[in-house]
Design a protein around this ligand. Structure first.
Ligand code: C5P
Length: 242
């Protein structure tokens, strides 16, 4: 069976993380409309501009990844996922460490919200281990096993809960793809074009390496938003992927 992500080009599976001031985010989004397919709204913009921004981006033709990383009791997370789906989000996140009942609740909420607005169900993703974390910060949180074992164990919970896939670093993507099969969403932040600043990211790879390792989608923020010419930065990444 063909992997369904292969029906879209790699360029159309690059998600631009708009983690900057609203004016700049909107200017980048306007210029990239029709060039990039996906944008990601995180807490920085959502807590300031809420669902209006999602609607504006949808009107420009984008698929919107709403990355609020839910982590609460199942009842609250079910409501959050329902609201996110009703706002038009095409992809949403929760922490796998919230457990299987919490992720099942998120899936129920996403289905209900999509049904309420007559839209397709958003992609539901479980965050495994943040890509800014390394073995030291993981150990400080009380996790003794190696990084990849922890990521794979958390991915098992996402599969058990019946959500669409996981978020993990490109370093773990190959093991995740082998374990989860060809149709799972494996979305990788921690992506840096050669020569880009790492910032606070620890477990990184280039865009091509991330896809070669098995990512279905990659997330890139500051290498685009902090560039002198963000549009040119996106286009360079797209060319590398072609
Ligand atoms: O600027 P940069 O490319 O590092 O942005 C990465 C984006 O991916 C950020 O918006 C961050 O919130 C998100 N993310 C991450 N690691 C995760 C999950 C999401 O960096 N595990």
């Amino acid at each position: 069976m063909l992997n369904h992500f292969n029906e879209e080009s790699r360029k159309d599976r690059v998600i631009v993380a708009l983690d900057c001031e609203a004016d700049k985010a909107i200017a980048i989004a306007y210029e990239l409309a029709g060039v990039a397919s996906w944008v990601k709204i995180g807490m920085t913009l959502y807590y300031a501009y809420g669902t209006d921004l999602i609607k504006m981006l949808k009107q420009r033709g984008y698929k919107v990844f709403l990355d609020l990383k839910f982590h609460d009791i199942p009842h609250q997370v079910e409501g959050a996922a329902r609201s996110a789906a009703e706002s038009g989000a095409d992809m949403l996140t929760m922490h796998t460490s919230g457990g299987v009942p919490m992720m099942e609740a998120a899936q129920r909420g996403a289905i209900a919200g999509a049904s309420n607005i007559g839209s397709s169900v958003p992609v539901t993703l479980g965050i495994t281990v943040l890509t800014s974390m390394d073995e030291t910060t993981l150990n400080q949180c009380g996790v003794a096993r190696p990084m990849q074992d922890q990521v794979l164990a958390l991915a098992d919970l996402a599969v058990d809960a019946g959500i669409s896939g996981v978020v993990a670093s490109p370093i773990e993507a190959a093991a995740l793809r082998a374990k989860m099969g060809e149709n799972a969403y494996i979305v990788c932040p921690g992506v840096r074009p050669a020569g880009s600043a790492l910032g606070d990211q620890s477990r990184v790879a280039t865009p091509s390496q991330a896809f070669d390792n098995g990512a279905s989608h990659i997330v890139i923020g500051r290498p685009i938003t902090d560039a002198d010419d963000p549009i040119a930065a996106f286009c360079r990444i797209a060319e590398e992927l072609n």
